[in-house]
Design a protein around this ligand. Structure first.
Ligand SMILES: [Ca+2]
Ligand SMILES: [Ca+2]
Length: 295
């Protein structure tokens, strides 16, 4: 939790700038710095270009396919409580198994402040149904559980007013933006970062909207998070068939076996790769020398 809190402090400082924290914005004490500083920052437009564009899958989704609010570290606080504790502006008192009293929170989406955590939701920044339609439909059950409880990147989950979360619902930035317009730049770059982390695709309307937001924000440099491990196993969406999540091991987020050509990598669900970010970039030919291969 400490790691997450430190990362959020850094992220909080960057909120005013409307960009994601850069390596230099990380506190030196933060264990996340070692990871973050090792990753180059890139222009938001380049990060956006690294997301694959795919038509969304609009069927088959069930919230039950994303087992969420687990207690991964078994300290009594489930993922929702971990996020509330990490993002509190004034720390609540924790008692019992993990009940919270007091404390205060600020909702970036609409500026609402509360001292009652039950009026706040913990939002999946990229909604579960949006993730499903953008590639999670073929993930293993355990990958979907990891996504739904992602404490490895502070921006994947966010505590916001319940009303703003319900207004957002399952919508992407082409369909919904937060009422707090000062937050739009951070919203757009965070959306790109979470989609990148989970190797999720974007649809065409989403790309157009994100591109216009990035341009209006002055195309800031952003520090991309590390990629999460993704295992594909579309044969068993509910995880009820005793799957161990082995899947085919192919596809985005898994290990690229190093194909001879980009078209082969793409056909198997890999790429794009960015120069200076993804080691796989060096394996393929960047014909137009734009810093991205297999896009
Ligand atoms: Ca916990
Ligand atoms: Ca979308």
């Amino acid at each position: 939790m400490l790691m997450r809190r430190l990362a959020l402090i850094a992220a909080g400082g960057a909120l005013c700038l409307g960009v994601l924290p850069t390596a230099s914005a990380m506190t030196p004490e933060s264990p996340t710095m070692a990871v973050a500083s090792a990753r180059a920052t890139i222009k938001a437009s380049a990060a956006l270009k690294a997301l694959r564009v795919r038509t969304e899958v609009t069927s088959g989704y069930s919230r039950d396919y994303f087992h969420h609010w687990i207690d991964a570290d078994r300290d009594g606080c489930d993922t929702r409580k971990e996020v509330l504790l990490a993002e509190a502006r004034t720390s609540p008192r924790r008692y019992g198994s993990c009940s919270l009293s007091g404390g205060s929170w600020w909702s970036a989406y609409d500026g609402v402040v509360t001292s009652n955590s039950s009026t706040f939701d913990v939002d999946h920044f990229v909604p579960l149904a949006e993730a499903w339609g953008s590639g999670a439909w073929r993930w293993s059950y355990s990958t979907r559980e990891s996504f739904a409880n992602d404490l490895g990147f502070a921006s994947s989950l966010i505590a916001v007013s319940a009303s703003s979360n319900r207004s957002k619902s399952d919508r992407d930035p082409a369909e919904w933006l937060p009422p707090n317009t000062n937050y739009w730049c951070t919203y757009a770059t965070t959306w790109i970062a979470v989609k990148y982390r989970w190797s999720l695709a974007i649809d065409r309307a989403e790309k157009l909207k994100l591109r216009s937001l990035v341009v209006n924000c002055g195309n800031p440099r952003i520090s991309l998070p590390s990629k999460a491990k993704v295992i594909n196993d579309q044969s068993d969406p509910g995880g009820t068939g005793g799957s161990t999540g082995g899947g085919s091991g192919s596809g985005s987020g898994g290990l690229d076996p190093r194909f001879s050509y980009c078209y082969e990598a793409q056909a198997s669900g890999y790429g794009p790769y960015i120069r200076g970010i993804d080691p796989e970039y060096a394996w393929y030919r960047d014909g137009d020398n734009d810093g991205t291969v297999c896009e």
